[in-house]
Design a protein around this ligand. Structure first.
Ligand SMILES: *Cc1c(COP(=O)(O)O)cnc(C)c1O
Length: 472
């Protein structure tokens, strides 16, 4: 299997070549040359597999340049970091089942992909006798998932910028309590956009980037997208375990996905194209609903930083959604010229318009969408708690709120649980008036000494720090 750019300007590459970047030299994103397909007999054969075994099968369709036994060892190691069931499902009533994606070390779904990415990066660097320095900016969940996946690994270091004083106590502790020599926490005097601009400047300096062996593990990373495809297969298999065998083939389920950068739901879109019987993919946005607007109208108009609100589901606070380009590529029948034209239009006018194609979003691809507000998510946390005793986090609550208007009789609605409520305790207290219990491990983490370097919003200072501390 080879990978091409959505804009057509990249020599086809194998999976392991796409790992470090995701962004093609022509500004497009890497996509598989054709989508692999899984027939219903194969799906049935996979019913008996454990999660890591299933992950090796699904990822094996994408990473055809990595021997299957190596993949199986990596998925086993990746998901060994999950203490209990890797992806548990449980019903909360009213036709809705939660798919637990937050059992990993940082209590959010980004661990699902990042733990695999950590394994495969180390593997590829070992093979090529290379080293890599990951540079990133985070407002919370991505940085901690990346650090926990890469901590202590050979040949790779991580430099993660975060906005000083802008993360929650919990998020700070999750990152800054790590004392591994290859993890560098850098708290920048500024907001998230300042951190991201510093990263952009350094990564845009080709000579510096090459000399310092810089790479990224952001949400356009193709290995992350493919690792997330697995849990759509898993959830379908577990739901249909309860269906009589003769009715399993083609048994449709719907998924609701709390969305930000369109990474998670894109993985669901891949799974649907690969043959998982998915009826609808419901995109749930918060107040930053640029994607809900696109799926309802066909017009995509990214917001300015000033128009991007800080909400109580902060990991969905986006102004634009980079991964949308991979959906558009399919929408225009994989015509790279039309993709490039859409992004040229965006650069020129601040929006692009696919309103003529909008009816196909649902009829052909099954994608629908909705928006949830602070009041909606608080109400969803409360009602789920009252009816099922389950405490859900604010992002999952956005999903439950939007899912409710798309539940259909006899079609299970699976809502992806993207974080644990402990990460967002204040909103939980506001919704249901209880203080959540922390496990002993979490207490220890919250009380641990913190390791962070404070830095002004200054490119020269950051360059000097990386030159001194990077692996060469
Ligand atoms: C990252 C994140 C999201 C959004 O996922 P995308 O792949 O960016 O759409 C939703 N919820 C939580 C808790 C997250 O960390």
């Amino acid at each position: 299997m080879q990978y091409i750019s959505t804009r057509g300007g990249m020599q086809p590459q194998p999976f392991s070549e796409t790992l470090l970047e995701g962004l093609a030299p022509d500004g497009g994103l890497a996509v598989p040359e054709r989508m692999p397909h899984v027939d219903s007999e194969t799906l049935e054969r996979w019913r008996a597999l454990t999660y890591p075994q299933l992950a090796a099968e699904v990822l094996g369709l994408f990473a055809t340049d990595i021997p299957r036994e190596d993949l199986a060892r990596m998925t086993a190691d990746a998901y060994a970091a999950f203490p209990d069931a890797v992806v548990p499902l449980h019903s909360i009533g009213d036709g809705i089942t939660l798919v637990g994606l937050s059992e990993g070390p940082t209590l959010a779904f980004k661990d699902m992909a990042m733990q695999f990415l950590g394994q495969v990066l180390e593997y590829v660097l070992e093979k090529n006798d290379g080293v890599l320095n990951i540079l990133g900016a985070t407002s919370g969940d991505t940085g901690s998932a990346a650090e926990h996946a890469l901590r202590g690994k050979d040949r790779v270091s991580i430099f993660m910028l975060s906005p000083q004083g802008r993360m929650s106590t919990f998020q700070r502790a999750q990152m800054y309590s790590l004392d591994d020599a290859n993890v560098h926490n850098i708290a920048v005097e500024g907001v998230f956009d300042d951190c991201q601009n510093l990263v952009k400047h350094l990564a845009g300096d080709i000579d510096f980037k090459r000399a310092q062996r810089l790479g990224a593990v952001n949400s356009i990373n193709l290995a992350r997208i493919t690792a997330q495809v697995v849990y759509y297969f898993w959830a379908w298999l577990r739901i249909t375990d309860a269906v009589e065998p003769e009715y399993r083939t083609g048994f449709e389920v719907s998924f609701t996905v709390p969305s930000g950068n369109f990474g998670n739901i894109l993985s669901g879109f891949f799974a649907k194209q690969m043959g998982v019987p998915i009826r609808r993919l419901v995109l749930a946005a918060n107040e930053n609903n640029v994607l809900d607007e696109f799926f309802r109208t066909g017009i995509y108009r990214p917001r300015s930083a000033a128009d991007t609100h800080a909400t109580s589901s902060p990991s969905m606070d986006i102004s634009k959604a980079s991964n949308l380009e991979r959906f558009i590529h399919t929408l225009v029948d994989r015509d790279p010229a039309r993709v490039a034209a859409a992004w040229a239009e965006l650069d020129e006018n601040g929006f692009f318009d696919f309103s003529a194609e909008q009816p196909r979003f649902e009829s052909e691809f099954g994608i629908v969408s909705g928006t949830s507000t602070h009041a909606d998510r608080v109400a969803a946390i409360r009602s789920v708690y009252e009816t099922s005793g389950e405490v859900i986090d604010p992002h999952t609550a956005d999903g439950v709120h939007v899912a409710r208007s798309f539940v259909e009789p006899d079609v299970p609605m699976l809502v992806l649980e993207t974080a644990k409520p402990q990460k967002f305790a204040e909103t939980i207290t506001e919704a249901i008036g209880i203080d959540l219990e922390y496990s002993d491990d979490l207490r220890r983490m919250l009380d641990a000494p913190q390791h962070v370097v404070e830095m002004p919003d200054d490119e020269a200072a950051l360059r000097a720090y990386i030159e001194t501390h990077a692996q060469h």
